[in-house]
Design a protein around this ligand. Structure first.
Ligand SMILES: [Zn+2]
Length: 89
């Protein structure tokens, strides 16, 4: 779920929190920074810092409304940093 008006960006140093790629140099590409709801907005996830992740466009598209996790139908980040790992349940 994407809300282009809401870009957390507070803790990621411009890196995608799902794949670790630097998004700051890639404006207008698949690596543009977008704000993602870790628990999908469509599933009741809040739009706040706790539920916000800075994601590149590619990861945001791939994650879509999936939950984070390693099971079937879940989104398993390719290079999760500690902040995201702590949120995996
Ligand atoms: Zn990414």
């Amino acid at each position: 779920m994407i809300d282009s008006k809401w870009l957390p960006g507070c803790c990621s140093d411009g890196k995608c929190e799902y794949c670790g790629d630097d998004t700051t140099l890639k404006s207008g590409t698949g690596k543009s920074m977008e704000g993602d709801h870790i628990k999908s907005w469509s599933k009741g996830g809040e739009t706040d810092d706790k539920n916000g992740a800075s994601a590149c466009r590619d990861c945001n598209r791939e994650k879509s409304d999936k939950d984070l996790g390693k099971g079937a139908g879940q989104f398993n980040p390719s290079n999760p940093n500690a902040r995201i790992k702590n949120r995996l349940r």
